[in-house]
Unconditional design. Structure first.
Length: 610
């Protein structure tokens, strides 16, 4: 008798939860789908305007400057883009700002208006995440519910902008963590993806359709050729390696822009001038914009790569160059549609090498390179089936899965985490590490390797016999007791003191380093952090274009312990209520043994003379 009330009570609770999620998700997805329809309509008009008015590409540097400056002035907290949404799903904190939606929509349309090589997925995902975050605040959802709704927002945006609702739902579940899916959001993501796609179609938006003629007349059933399957495997390897190259070169060029030009609004100005120069050098504009269609039949387009009569072997490489320069400099948009272009173009080229069906290999590259670049093989396989039909499902699955494995632990989304490493060699990866963290560890390891190689060369050089032109040198290590303190604070904190009319008060971290210099501290540096919290506060993330004034930073001082204690007592007013950590160190000094012997001998002679 106790079973029935408990059973019906549980069912009633589940029904209330389902009704709540249906209301929230369906409403949210309708808004996201409507915004995606507006975005796709505006994108089509901007592309048409660029073809009608070719001189618009010369406005590219100015448009890039205005775009990034607008993000600095109005986009506080919105610079993280897709990575911000992924991080908020992993660790809900400050939320996704609602202003992200209008900013990314307008800036992406502006990018395409002036000819930037970018895509649509980034805008759709950020529209979905921003609107979902707004609904979460409206309905006062808890942390776990916010995570689920943000995932549903990604599904709604992805499904609406590409017309692939099932792939959109799986993409939202799969993109967060490599090797693991978030099944608790399965039904909300499916509802959101269907609702977003439905709303987008309701506004009259249609998507490009693709057709594979190979085996089109074979009818339903299982069709598989062993030799063709081997060719598909080889092509999958190429797609995976290309996906890894695209992700790594994008991050490298982005770091290069930041190193060359610290002032963010000037980076797209430089990139715009480079792209205009490339257009004139190549004598074509076919690598600008989306690359989905062009009024010039001779231009390389995604649909054109499905044509077996077209001879085109290198368009995929040039599109990579244009896209990496565009997006790494600060222009807004996504990477997915350019990846469709790159994958279809590479598939077209490989089909000629392997003697394989051109349209089939263009379709395989279309989805497989995305599977490798985003680590979403299941979503991309389903996308291939939704776009091209189930006749070639086996080939599509093989290409996507092989590309996923061959792309390694790289991604266009550095906020992705590693749940299950792709190979046994991934045992050294920290549990739940983000790809950004792994990327930093790899860079550090490479730097250590180069440093060890240099030390080895120096060691070998110093150990050569005298007859090879090198003098023998005996080096000695001197060890001194040393200490280090780390002081944690926020970049916005100011040092107490008189204000300057022009510059105000000095930042506290600068004041601490200056005072350390005056106090004779051996080493003093200020470190900016990327992601974290202090004193139990909220999680903070580094801004892409400008520094986050609420993110914890660290001032590090190295000196003998007594000197550090004196410094802290002397500057107690500056350090009051700050987190200060002390660590014992050893200071190593490398000196020439012969020099020590000479100094000792000289000292002995002087003593004897006395």
């Amino acid at each position: 008798m106790m079973f029935a009330p408990g059973f019906f009570g549980l069912s009633l609770q589940q029904l209330r939860g389902l009704a709540k999620w249906t209301l929230v998700v369906v409403t949210m997805s309708a808004v996201v789908g409507t915004l995606c329809a507006l975005f796709l309509w505006a994108l089509d008009r901007a592309t048409q305007a660029r073809f009608d008015y070719p001189l618009l590409i010369y406005v590219m540097p100015i448009a890039g400057f205005v775009m990034v400056l607008a993000y600095q002035v109005f986009g506080r907290g919105s610079e993280g883009g897709n990575n911000l949404i992924v991080e908020q799903i992993h660790e809900p904190g400050g939320g996704v700002p609602l202003r992200m939606a209008p900013l990314i929509l307008v800036s992406t349309v502006l990018t395409h208006l002036v000819g930037g090589s970018a895509g649509r997925e980034g805008t759709a995902v950020q529209l979905g995440g921003s609107i979902a975050s707004g609904f979460a605040r409206l309905f006062r959802l808890d942390r776990n519910e916010i995570r689920i709704l943000l995932m549903a927002g990604i599904a709604a945006g992805f499904g609406a902008v590409f017309g692939t609702p099932i792939a959109g739902a799986i993409f939202a579940l799969e993109v967060l963590t490599i090797g693991r899916m978030q099944y608790e959001a399965l039904l909300p993501c499916l509802m959101a993806a269907i609702g977003g796609d439905w709303a987008c179609h309701a506004w009259g938006i249609e998507h490009t359709s693709y057709h594979i003629a190979f085996l089109a007349e074979a009818g339903p059933g299982f069709h598989l050729e062993a030799l063709l399957l081997i060719k598909v495997v080889l092509a999958g390897v190429a797609f995976g390696l290309m996906a890894r190259f695209f992700a790594e070169i994008s991050h490298l060029v982005s770091s290069g822009f930041k190193a060359i030009c610290p002032y963010a609004p000037m980076r797209p100005v430089i990139a715009g001038l480079i792209l205009i120069g490339l257009v004139h050098a190549l004598g074509t504009r076919e690598y600008l914009g989306l690359g989905v269609w062009s009024p010039n039949p001779a231009d390389a387009t995604i649909s054109g790569f499905f044509d077996a009569g077209r001879a085109d072997d290198w368009s995929w490489l040039w599109k990579t160059v244009f896209t990496v320069i565009t997006l790494s400099s600060g222009f807004k948009g996504g990477e997915v549609t350019p990846l469709f272009f790159i994958g279809a173009g590479l598939g077209h080229a490989l089909a000629g090498v392997f003697g394989a069906p051109v349209d089939l290999f263009a379709a395989l590259g279309f989805v497989a390179i995305l599977a490798g670049a985003t680590n979403t093989p299941l979503a991309c396989m389903i996308m291939g089936i939704e776009l091209f039909g189930a006749t070639h499902a086996v080939y599509i699955a093989v290409a996507c899965f092989i590309a996923y494995l061959c792309s390694g632990h790289s991604s266009i989304y550095l906020a992705q985490r590693v749940g299950v490493p792709k190979s046994a060699m991934g045992h050294a990866i920290p549990p739940e590490a983000s790809l950004r963290h792994i990327h930093e560890l790899n860079n550090q390891a490479m730097g250590d390797l180069i440093g060890r190689a240099r030390l080895r060369r120096i060691s070998l050089s110093s150990s050569l016999p005298p007859d090879e032109g090198h003098s023998m040198s005996r080096h000695t290590l001197t060890l001194n007791e040393m200490g280090m303190i780390r002081i944690y604070l926020r970049p916005r904190e100011k040092a107490p003191g008189p204000r300057s009319r022009l510059f105000g008060t000095r930042p506290l971290y600068r004041e601490l380093v200056i005072q350390a210099k005056e106090a004779g501290i051996m080493n003093a540096v200020a470190h900016h952090t990327h992601f974290g919290y202090s004193n139990g506060g909220t999680l903070q993330d580094e801004g892409v274009e400008i520094a986050n004034p609420d993110l914890t930073m660290c001032v590090e001082l190295i000196a003998p312990r007594a000197q550090l204690e004196t410094f802290c007592r002397t500057h107690g007013k500056l350090l009051e209520r700050k987190v200060i950590v002390y660590k014992h160190l050893e200071h190593w000094g490398v000196v020439d043994g012969d020099m020590i012997a000479d100094e000792a001998l000289a000292g002995g002679d002087a003593q004897a003379a006395k």
